[in-house]
Design a protein around this ligand. Structure first.
Ligand SMILES: [Zn+2]
Length: 1096
């Protein structure tokens, strides 16, 4: 309290009436004397204040007091805390006051100023308001004037510069200092290489760097031609500092350049001053010395920033293919896409910069931590939205037509002869439901004109012999240079791949409808994939790979003569160029699930690849699948996919691309293998149109790059983002599975509906046949709980299909477990919710240009038929009181490792938010945790730690949340499988393959069997299992309170090489919404920011 009075006096009246001050001081002194010399915080604070103030009031300043503060409070071990106390007691204010008063003496006492500035340099950084205080009190100018007058007085210069450095970190100060000529002052101090006064130089550079963060100052520096000066200084130090003793000075110069180039003018000045070449050359020379990495990294950052932004080499970013929708909802994505005025260039914006905005009026944003709670913004806080929705929106009359998809619920098996089951199965072939008008979308697709198709299929060499002619040997139809037409042996995989049959595959392709009307079949889909038996480790990242790649990119600017820029594949041109001069690779992706729009040979062995957007969309590309031929054996090829959208990728964390070699296949190794070296993923210099970036301007694309040498001459190789699984493959598998049916298995295939693209969406029913037609048996049969599974709503998540394959194969298997499982449940399965997306090589959407997993709240029967009818099935079940016990939608996750689940829990959601009061009263059954818990105990790839049961606002229209809330399924899940690999369990350190994915699908089934035991009335009495779950829940509940549990950010830790994703002009942290996972549908929606990695 006394101190408060003191301070007030100090500010206002003290100078006028020193007598009052003296009196108060006397009181404090008395206080201290009576309390003894305890070094309590308070006493210390008072003491210091008094020591400082007393002589000041007396008008007889003694340097001793400053020495005292310095000795007692700053320069002792543990001094930091004392400095803190000093600051908290207003010490800095007093020191600044002293600076001001001291300056009024003429000439100011050099000794006093030296002392004061030395102290301020130490105390200032600890005071968050130091900059503001200094400005308000006028000390800023005192220091500046002192500097101007003492440029040669190095003893005084150093502490003054140090204080100035602290002042400059405040943005308003920086602008004001700039106006006062401090930039020029700094340039007087810094200069070419010299062994003298390096500490002075270092501080000046830091100060200059801080000042240049202000765009006004940066502009001033550009106007005064300081950019070439800085580059010259940098080169000079680079040349002379041969023993690298002054790395920090060199880094200081780069720091200044880094800040100047945040503005467009700065980047231009940098380019004009040949900055690219200078930094490129110096960096290259630094490469062998590891300690110089900070220089290389900063140089690389500056060069990336200044690298002129390019447009993607495309006429439009709209998908090459267009599909006419039955109707185009106004305001929907497709209407927006195609209603742009003619002549609008959607590839780039008018302005490619959003960072040059005037920031002269920078506010005092010193320590505002706005993003503190940002990550939790997406959690649903509306309790009403977390509670089950009571009303059934649709009348039962309307749902009744779905009865025919549930024949098993009314089947009496009277026609079925149980003594001789083979003779009279009522289930084969699948009963084709009678057409009902209200479901007029349900149709069975008619085959295309077969003749035409077969002729078109020359690539897979089915010409002539026709698909049926295959006794294994087909003609090699790749027109080889030699023209000899090698014999193509179809690998005999029947034993290894019981569900695969090349001939059947081709049959299936014939009835698959694609928008581009593909007529070719890719070899991998035709031959099949036999998972390799060797382990494929998660790649260890090579140190410096990113900057090597970036430097190679920069070389394109520096050595433009090396650049070929030869388009070798281009779907935007009607007759896609086929270049066959032996100098370039040949590309192709015109087959089911293929996605490659353009290939440009940049250098002899380097290709830039552009992916096509999802149909009726202008973005969402990540999935790729293309063919390469005409390669040279042993040549070091580099491939760059240049229009990636996500801000980070598992390609930075050990994931490799997949490659399939036809030569390998015909040598008896038909398989996808993880391949590629020097893989990395980084922001590039292709600017992204705001039209495709949710309205954000000045954003860039990302490059995914990998290198590769081919082992075989005359090979045809395929590359894919993940193991392909086409719609035709699904149809083939389903047919093969149907053939596995035994008399004990009840399996039915219905066609749920037809898609926009004219493909049918299969619905499977699998359970066990009743043992007899006795009432008990039929009753047990009909009353089995339902399990509802779906998959592949997102076409790019092919892993989901492999998991589903594992599930289906297990369910149709002959093991006793499988039999028990079939007896326990009726399985309803929609194995591919988005056949059109899969067929057409989309990554995320259906033909409506929308993410189908954001349509579950109100799906349109015309635009989202598969979702509409799947939801109807569930609504029907809810209406007849048979809502499934478990609902699970299989997905793939591109940013996390392992397999895990998202579920829905009201309590866990509430725990994550601040709505605490009501939470205690919420009652919730813990059953939603049982299945993931079981899975974590038995499935090696599954990780409980990655599971989350929080309901997010951005997910309110997903299958998981809608089925939970509207259908009332407590165990409603999304199961996410990694695209990369595992970092725990048996598969730790390995990339995931189809074997592990299929195993996961099978384990899911086994887990359901355990769930059955846990939930059956008999077992409920045995609480042991449930207690286990309970304790697990309690454990997690404890963790839940810490912010780390709800982590939807990248979990990956940094590796040796600092990966910089913020090399965008502007240098701001990368928190733009479009850095969010493009997986999230609405880029413009700020909510998506929190879900950058959640792929539901
Ligand atoms: Zn997904």
């Amino acid at each position: 309290m006394l101190l408060g009075q003191l301070e007030r006096l100090n500010r206002e009246a003290m100078l006028a009436d020193a007598e009052i001050g003296r009196q108060i001081t006397a009181k404090i002194l008395h206080l201290i004397q009576t309390q003894g010399e305890k070094s309590t915080k308070h006493i210390l604070g008072y003491t210091m204040t008094i020591y400082l103030l007393e002589p000041f009031w007396k008008g007889q300043w003694e340097n001793n007091s400053l020495h005292y503060v310095n000795d007692r409070c700053v320069c002792v071990p543990g001094g930091g805390r004392r400095v803190g106390v000093f600051v908290s007691k207003g010490g800095t204010g007093i020191l600044l006051q002293l600076v001001l008063s001291g300056s009024k003496e003429s000439p100011p006492s050099e000794e006093l100023m030296l002392q004061l500035h030395s102290l301020l340099a130490k105390v200032g950084p600890k005071d968050r308001k130091f900059g503001v205080k200094a400005r308000l009190n006028g000390a800023l100018n005192v220091t500046v004037n002192l500097l101007k007058q003492n440029l040669q007085n190095h003893k005084l210069l150093l502490p003054c510069l140090q204080v100035l450095r602290v002042y400059s970190s405040n943005s308003v100060n920086a602008v004001s200092l700039g106006k006062n000529g401090v930039l020029e002052l700094m340039f007087k101090i810094i200069g070419p290489y010299s062994k003298k006064n390096t500490s002075l130089l270092k501080v000046s550079l830091d100060t200059l760097g801080a000042l240049l963060k202000s765009k006004t100052n940066a502009r001033r520096a550009v106007d005064r031609a300081h950019v070439p000066v800085l580059l010259y200084i940098y080169q000079d130090w680079h040349r002379n500092d041969t023993r690298h003793r002054h790395m920090l000075i060199r880094k200081g110069v780069l720091g200044c350049l880094k800040n100047i180039t945040n503005i467009k003018l700065g980047r231009k000045a940098f380019i004009d001053a040949d900055g690219m070449r200078i930094l490129y050359n110096t960096s290259t020379e630094c490469l062998p010395v590891r300690t110089l990495d900070p220089l290389i990294n900063t140089s690389s950052l500056i060069m990336r920033k200044c690298f002129p932004k390019n447009r993607l080499p495309l006429p439009t970013i709209k998908s090459v293919f267009h599909h006419q929708l039955p109707h185009v909802p106004a305001g929907g994505p497709v209407a927006q896409l195609y209603n742009q005025p003619l002549g609008v260039d959607d590839v780039v914006d008018e302005s490619d910069d959003n960072d040059d905005v005037e920031t002269e009026n920078d506010t005092e944003n010193e320590e505002e931590d706005k993003d503190h709670h940002a990550r939790n913004d997406d959690i649903e806080t509306d309790i009403n939205k977390l509670r089950p929705k009571e009303t059934h929106s649709r009348p039962f009359e309307e749902l009744k037509i779905y009865e025919r998809f549930f024949l098993e619920l009314s089947e009496d098996f009277q026609r079925f002869n149980f003594d001789n089951p083979k003779s009279a199965s009522p289930l084969a072939p699948a009963p084709t439901p009678a057409p009902v008008h209200t479901l007029d979308t349900i149709n069975i697709t008619k085959d295309h004109d077969e003749q035409e198709l077969v002729q078109g299929m020359e690539r897979v060499a089915l010409e002539g012999t026709g698909p049926q002619g295959g006794a294994g040997a087909e003609e090699w139809a790749e027109e080889e240079e030699g023209g000899e037409g090698a014999v193509l042996e179809v690998p005999d995989t029947a034993l290894l791949l019981p569900l695969h049959d090349p001939d059947l595959y081709v049959e299936m392709v014939k009835s698959t409808r694609s928008v581009p009307q593909y007529s070719e079949v890719a070899y991998p889909d035709y031959f099949g994939h036999v998972a390799p038996t060797f382990r494929e480790h998660i790649l260890e990242r090579v140190y410096g790979v990113q900057r090597t790649k970036i430097f190679q990119d920069i070389e394109r600017l520096i050595h433009p003569n090396d650049i070929l820029d030869k388009v070798v594949y281009d779907l935007d041109i009607q007759s896609c160029p086929v270049i066959d001069d032996g100098e370039s690779l040949k590309f192709n992706s015109q087959f089911e699930s293929g996605n490659l729009r353009k290939a440009i040979q940049a250098r002899k062995f380097e290709y830039d690849l552009v992916l096509n957007s999802d149909i009726n969309s202008n973005h969402y590309h990540q999935w790729f699948y293309f063919e390469v031929s005409g390669m040279r054996v042993g040549a070091p090829y580099r491939f760059n996919i240049i229009n990636c959208e996500k801000s980070n990728s598992q390609f930075n964390y050990g994931m490799q691309v997949l490659m399939y070699s036809v030569q390998e296949a015909i040598s008896g190794r038909p398989r996808w293998v993880r391949t590629g070296t020097d893989i990395c993923y980084y922001k590039n210099h292709f600017s992204r149109s705001s039209i495709a970036a949710g309205g954000q301007k000045g954003k860039s694309y990302y490059t995914m790059t990998f290198s590769m040498t081919f082992n075989h001459k005359d090979d045809v190789c395929y590359f894919a983002y993940h193991y392909p699984y086409t719609y035709s493959t699904l149809k083939m598998h389903l047919q093969k599975l149907e053939a596995l049916r035994t008399p004990q298995i009840y399996m039915r295939q219905d066609i749920l509906c037809e898609t926009l693209g004219g493909n049918s969406c299969p619905l499977l029913t699998i359970t066990a046949m009743p043992e007899s037609t006795s009432n008990d048996q039929i009753c047990q049969f009909r009353n089995r709980p339902l399990v509802f599974l779906s998959s592949r709503v997102h076409p790019g998540e092919t892993n989901a299909s492999w998991v589903m394959k594992g599930t289906l194969e297990f369910l149709m298997g002959s093991s006793p477990l499988a039999h028990s499982l079939r007896e326990a449940y009726i399985f309803k399965i929609v194995p591919m919710l988005n056949p059109d997306g899969v067929v057409n090589g989309n990554h995320r959407c259906s033909l409506s240009g929308e993410d189908l997993n954001r349509q579950w709240q109100s799906p349109s029967p015309e635009l989202h038929p598969t979702i509409y009818h799947t939801k109807s099935l569930l609504q029907y079940l809810a209406a007849i009181q048979r809502a499934p016990l478990v609902f699970c939608d299989y997905h793939g996750h591109s940013r996390k490792k392992n397999v895990f689940m998202y579920g829905c829990s009201l309590k866990e959601t509430v725990w994550q938010t601040n709505i605490s009061a009501t939470s205690c009263e919420l009652h919730e059954d813990l059953g939603y945790r049982t299945l993931p818990k079981i899975l974590s105990q038995m499935a090696p790839a599954f990780s409980m730690a990655s599971c989350s049961f929080v309901v997010e606002r951005s997910k309110e229209a997903t299958a998981r949340v809608v089925v939970w809330r509207e259908i009332g399924v407590q165990r409603s899940y999304t199961m996410e499988s990694t695209l990369c690999g595992c970092d725990q369990g048996k598969y730790k350190g390995l990339q995931i393959g189809t074997r592990e994915l299929e195993e996961m699908g099978a384990q899911f089934c086994v887990a359901l069997l355990r769930l059955k035991r846990l939930t059956s009335p008999l077992e409920l009495r045995n609480h042991a299992h449930l207690l286990d779950v309970e304790s697990d829940l309690i454990e997690t509940r404890c963790k839940v309170s810490s912010p780390s549990t709800y982590v939807l950010e990248d979990e990956e830790h940094s590796f040796m090489e600092e990966v910089d994703y913020s090399a965008e002009s502007g240098d701001e942290p990368d928190n733009d919404p479009d850095a969010a996972d493009p997986h999230d549908n609405r880029l413009s929606d700020s909510e998506s920011n929190n879900h950058r990695d959640s792929l539901t």
